[in-house]
Design a binder for this molecule. Sequence first.
Ligand SMILES: Nc1ncnc2c1ncn2[C@@H]1O[C@H](COP(=O)(O)OP(=O)(O)OP(=O)(O)O)[C@@H](O)[C@H]1O
Ligand SMILES: [Mg+2]
Length: 339
Amino acid sequence: MTSTLTDDRAALDSLERRARQRPGEYGAHALIACESLVRIYQSEGIEVQALQGLDLLIDAGELVAIVGASGSGKSTLLSVLSGLDVPTAGRVRVGEWDLMAMTARERVTYRRSMVGFVWQQTARNLVPYLTAAENIAFPQALAGVRRAARRHRSTELLEALGIGYCADRRPVQMSGGEQQRVAIGVALANSPQIVFADEPTGELDTASSDEVLDALRAANRDLGATVVIVTHDSGVSEHVERTVAIRDGRTSSEVVRRTHTDEHGAEQVVAQEYAMLDRAGRVQLPQEYREVLELSGRVRLALEQSHITVWPDRTPTAAPDEAADPDVAEHVPTSEEPS
Ligand SMILES: Nc1ncnc2c1ncn2[C@@H]1O[C@H](COP(=O)(O)OP(=O)(O)OP(=O)(O)O)[C@@H](O)[C@H]1O
Ligand SMILES: [Mg+2]
């Protein structure tokens, strides 16, 4: 009896805590939380809206690809998240850091301790006259790490990224793919929580691209970094669990890949595509769906027990809940019909 009362009290307390947390706690569990992000560029009197109210949550430990057409706002988003650029409006939090409210000094600390960055241009990532090991030691020296510890970390990273044999080579003595893997080592040198990579395979052939993506996966899985990869290449989604598509400065859809074990014990990868519901409750219907059903302008929504239906506004006499409409009957699964 006493234990039941205690359980009830605990359940009540937990409900109360959840209710109190709710207001303003969008993405409280997430490592990266972007809410209604807007970035407007002004150039020569012309206004470009690079981010148009983007919402995105990324949890610690995730490996996420961000895909989208040229000009969709991918690099703008990464610049904001890596502390290089400040958005025009919205909210963006990474860990404990409020990226809208950081001072210049905090921004430097954030960039040194919290995030690592890999650029598309291999030449931009590495110091040309330093070897691979020295390149990885360099940011550690700036952070005040002692020589022996630097050397140990460089060796450890080069091994983890599969390029131990490149330790004493300078960039010109390495392939593009090897240079990008060293660049990942540089980004990881001071053990940041997050690594951002903007088109890291953009200058590489398929085989080298796969090696670089493997290295980013190792950074995620073996070294514990949260990894966000921006790319044009929709094929990258086959290498990651979660792919977020950006369109016109907003997140538009996601593909999530999960591994299932079937009844025979065999592992199967199942990819599922999702539309994104934004903070204001908006969802973008895929163009193919709209075309097939000739949906445009006004549509009618009907709440079902477990889902919502969307109706074209063509038959004003047939309300969605009229059982006489054969289409309605077809859309309601029998298991959900009241008995
Ligand atoms: N510094 C800037 N000044 C003015 N406009 C900019 C600036 N940077 C980006 N833009 C514009 O903002 C929009 C988004 O650019 P962004 O670089 O984020 O796109 P992207 O998705 O990374 O494209 P890509 O795949 O070509 O790299 C584009 O229309 C671009 O022209
Ligand atoms: Mg870009």
